[in-house]
Design a protein around this ligand. Structure first.
Ligand code: HEM
Length: 398
């Protein structure tokens, strides 16, 4: 039996209003109940210490096909339920096996070898933006192409196909898409990557997809279908997140001119700045969803097997017990305990890559464009209505 809370059941998700996430007042305990668009109810946890407890507990599953899994968006009846290689939705021991296959590819020492390529991509994009003339949309010219080009290089996906995969990725993550549109977008991405994998098996390159096909699919450790699912996840996660972070980070820095000046004077603060931006923005605003697989407890609350839970990262990252004045942006606060990349076994595998891209993109941007400024009033900046938070456009001058 689970315990009940004397609080109201809130409608979830809360939506995106601006740079500050909409956070419910759940009292000191920070635990509540929410109703999802599917009609299901779920627990909502917001405190940093509760999220640590929940996200490292083996009593919760990430597998959305399990009964009771809290779905933030309904899944069409005819959606194929296949073992699809999407690491993020797997539980151990399968998750452990797949994660081990990918770990070496995303280790810091491997990502360091990519830094010259990332820097060149950043510099070229800035040159092209300058050539396009001002005002220019920083999202279109810089924030979106840079991570897209890097993940394409890593995976062996031709960047010339960027319109195709960016559009489907956008549909998949937009709240305004119907479940059917989201399903079609994912199926089209799967078809696209199935064809690409077949081509790479015939003519392997130096890229990750070719390597996984030769070393894991050919040996029977992974099916081709699983490689397709894994590639879809990496392609979407690899560009959407970092791209939104670059756009939003630029906005935050321009909105905090004293801190931007400080960063320009002391460029060695860039690593701390990136961590603080990750904390302050927490772009995975819908939080992380799990279902209890056994009767368990979090923060003293009893949760029954089959009940869904949501770990609200954006709230934990502003928990004032861990981050005093958590609603303030302060690039010197030392925010290494943030949870923007999640926590526990599913903690973002791409974080060394994301950090390298953010560090290089933001340092080059503020150094090469010393006169960078918003070309519109900050209040007129439109935010994306999507699962991953971001700006739609960011018109700038320099
Ligand atoms: C700033 C950028 C990024 C943010 C904020 C971010 C955030 C996250 C979060 C919160 C999770 C945990 C999901 C969960 O526990 O359910 C996650 C997992 C994951 N991320 Fe990222 N991510 C970023 C960049 C990237 C990049 C660049 C890649 C790939 C190249 C990537 C690939 C993945 C993968 C594959 C997982 C699943 C890991 C697992 O289940 O073991 N992410 N990410």
């Amino acid at each position: 039996m689970s315990d009940t809370l004397a609080t109201n059941v809130l409608t979830y998700p809360f939506g995106n209003s601006g740079l500050d996430p909409l956070l419910p007042d759940l009292g000191p305990d920070g635990v509540g109940r929410v109703r999802l668009p599917t009609g299901q109810q779920a627990w909502l946890f917001t405190r940093h210490e509760h999220l640590r407890e929940l996200l490292r507990s083996p009593d919760f599953s990430s597998d959305f096909t399990r009964p009771g899994f809290p779905l933030i968006r309904p899944i069409p009846e005819d959606m194929p339920r296949r073992p699809d290689g999407s690491l993020i939705r797997m539980d151990p021991p399968e998750h452990t096996k797949f994660r081990r296959m990918l770990t070496p590819e995303f280790m810091i020492k491997h990502i360091r070898t990519l830094e010259p390529l990332i820097r060149q991509t950043v510099v070229d994009a800035l040159d092209e933006m300058r050539a396009a003339g001002q005002p220019a949309d920083l999202v279109e010219h810089f924030a979106l192409p840079v991570p897209s080009m890097v993940i394409c290089h890593l995976l062996g996906v031709p960047y010339t196909d960027h319109d195709y995969f960016q559009e489907r990725s956008r549909i998949l993550l937009a709240w305004s898409s119907t479940p059917e549109q989201a399903r079609d977008a994912i199926e089209e991405l799967r078809d696209y990557l199935t064809r690409l994998i077949a081509a790479r098996r015939g003519e392997p390159g130096e890229d990750l997809i070719s390597r996984l096909a030769a070393e894991r699919v050919a040996t029977g450790e992974m099916t081709e279908e699983e490689l397709v699912g894994l590639s879809v996840l990496l392609l979407i996660a690899g560009h959407e997140t970092t791209s939104n972070m670059i756009g939003l980070s630029t906005l935050v820095l321009l909105e905090h001119p004293a801190q931007l000046r400080r960063l320009r004077e002391r460029p060695e603060l860039i690593d701390d700045t990136v961590e603080e931006l990750l904390r302050y923005l927490t772009i995975v605003r819908t939080g992380l969803t799990r279902v209890a697989v056994t009767d368990t407890e979090v923060g003293g609350h009893r949760i029954a097997a089959g009940e869904g839970v949501i770990a609200l990262l954006s709230a934990a990252n502003r928990d004032t017990d861990v981050f005093p004045d958590g609603a303030e942006f302060d690039l010197e606060r030392g925010s290494h305990q943030h949870m923007a990349f999640g926590f526990g076994i599913h903690q973002c595998i791409g974080q060394p890559l994301a950090r390298a891209e953010l560090r290089i993109a933001l340092s080059e941007l503020i150094t090469r464009l010393p006169g960078l400024a918003l070309a519109v009033d900050a209040d007129d900046v439109r935010y994306r209505d999507a699962v991953v938070f971001g700006v739609q456009r960011l018109p700038v001058t320099w």
